[in-house]
Write a protein that binds this ligand. Sequence first.
Ligand code: THU
Length: 135
Amino acid sequence: MNKEMKATLLKAAVEGSKNAHCPYSKYRVGAAVLTKTGKIYQGGNIENVSYGATVCAERVAIWKAVSEGEKEFEAIAVIGPGTSEGYPCAQCRQVMVEFGLDWLVVSGDQDGNYLGDMTVRELVPFPFTPSALLG
Ligand code: THU
């Protein structure tokens, strides 16, 4: 994936973070997923007063895509607050694994500046994949 596309996806993740609902942690996260059909779905983390009902930005973006019939992904950009590299939590990694191992996770800072990237396979070296149940 070229630099321009990564920048576009990071910008969409920043946009997604603007609608985050994070009054408890105040930790604003944004994500944007690029489908193989070229569509981008973005989202922010959505917290709940019953903390366990909180959903991370990555899953909001992925579920928006899946609910629109998109299950093949090229990449997901994730941005967190500040300038430190944010990596997806383990639950979100597992949700990514559901849709393949060879797609890209692009990490950025709160302004959408590129910080690095790696594949889902690299993030989850010993994955539990759908083939465990589907053969
Ligand atoms: N969060 C995400 O949105 N993505 C991650 O990968 C890590 C954590 C959210 C969940 C919660 O709303 C806040 O960050 C603090 O954990």
